[in-house]
Design a protein around this ligand. Structure first.
Ligand SMILES: [Zn+2]
Length: 376
């Protein structure tokens, strides 16, 4: 079958002097844990200048998660886990948003308009997705696939940071634990952090993992059934090296007892209510089989629809369906005779159906059949 190939950006966004879209830290870490940092960097590809912003804005929280990259790097060491960090500013392309979805290429952030993101063509958007989102997400998928190939179910830990005040509102939490339907890491982590004196822990604050716009932990964690959590740390606490070390140490200490439990490392079926992406294979096969049974039932009831009508209109008939059924059985090493396969479709022996329901084909029907046969 020829599928149209997706439109492709003609000019690559990253030039020879731009660094890669992502980087790995402690790639050979031995823990069954993958750390990710979606908003680690504030770089802009050279071709995009400063996106029309004064350079000072690119140092602010709107461009990246201040301090998150350093905390992630410390955690990679403390947990002996590999980490993957995105390389470019989320103002260019947010690696934690569905491409083309809300916030993927923000027109404004925290009240600051981003001139370089106004009136982008589809080609411009695609160039950013291909250059930044796709390689970073592919690197995560590849690392998780490597765990799977080693028969390991890893835990996914995503590190972010948040600004102390957003849209004029102060945020009281030092740290926020974001989770959706999988409590395995989040709940004990909330409890461990809350047990420390002087820490205000946000439970799905200041953002919620149930927000439908997030990408990384939703796709690689929830939908893949991996144990996971998203951790948000307030930026004023991790703005300098001492704070970054302190909070990485605190988070590692809280995580370690959770991560040593071997029972954690199992795939947990996601709720199947989120559409086909979250559906397990058995359910999908059952739905497909149900649609097939419905089609067969329909054809049994609509005996007025002749096989020649089906052939003329759609290029297949009840006999084709039974042949497909038989071919699928053969592929799986199941022997079914032609009459038995036909009976599955007709609900009775084929000869019986013919004598009951098949009408003599009209001259017009035969002519149409000959025409269709020639055409296909
Ligand atoms: Zn973030």
């Amino acid at each position: 079958m020829n599928l149209p190939s997706p439109p492709s950006a003609t000019v690559p966004l990253l030039g020879p002097d731009d660094p890669p879209a992502w980087r790995a830290v402690n790639a050979d870490g031995r823990a069954p844990v993958l750390l990710v940092c979606d908003h680690a960097g504030n770089r802009i590809p050279a071709a995009l200048g400063t996106l029309g912003l004064p350079p000072g804005e690119l140092e602010r929280h709107i461009a990246w998660d201040i301090g998150a990259a350093a905390v992630t790097e410390h955690l990679a060491t403390l947990l002996d886990a590999p980490a993957l960090l995105s390389g470019y500013s989320r103002l260019v392309l947010d690696c934690n948003r569905h491409p083309g979805g809300v916030g993927s290429i923000p027109a404004a952030s925290d009240g600051i308009a981003v001139p370089g993101n106004a009136n982008l063509s589809e080609t411009d958007r695609l160039a950013r997705v291909e250059a930044l989102f796709a390689p970073y997400q592919a690197a995560i998928a590849a690392r998780l696939a490597a765990f799977a190939a080693a028969a390991t179910v890893p835990a996914l830990i995503s590190i972010h940071s948040f600004t102390p005040a957003m849209n004029g509102r102060q945020r009281p939490w030092q740290i926020g634990i974001l989770w959706d339907e999988d409590p395995r890491v989040a709940q004990p982590l909330l409890a461990a952090l809350a047990a420390e004196s002087g820490i205000t822990v946000g439970d799905n604050e200041p953002y919620s993992a149930r927000d439908p716009h997030g990408y990384t932990t939703d796709v690689h964690g929830t939908r893949a059934g991996l144990p996971h959590v998203l951790i948000e740390i307030r930026q004023d606490l991790i703005a300098d090296a001492a704070g970054q070390r302190e909070w990485a140490g605190r988070i590692a200490a809280a995580l370690k007892p959770i991560l040593v439990d071997p029972k954690l490392y199992a795939v947990r079926k996601p709720r199947s209510s989120r559409g086909s992406e979250a559906m397990d294979d058995t359910t999908r096969t059952e739905l497909e089989a149900a649609a097939f049974r419905r089609l067969v039932q329909h054809l049994r009831e609509r005996t007025d629809v002749q096989n020649i009508d089906l052939m003329n209109l759609a290029g297949f008939c009840r006999n084709c369906l039974s042949k497909w059924y038989r071919a699928a059985a053969e592929e799986r090493g199941v022997a079914i005779t032609d009459p038995a396969a036909r009976e599955v479709v007709y609900g009775m022996p084929y000869d019986e159906w013919k004598s009951k329901h098949q009408k003599e084909a009209s001259v017009e029907q035969k002519q149409a059949f000959d025409q269709a046969h020639k055409a296909h």
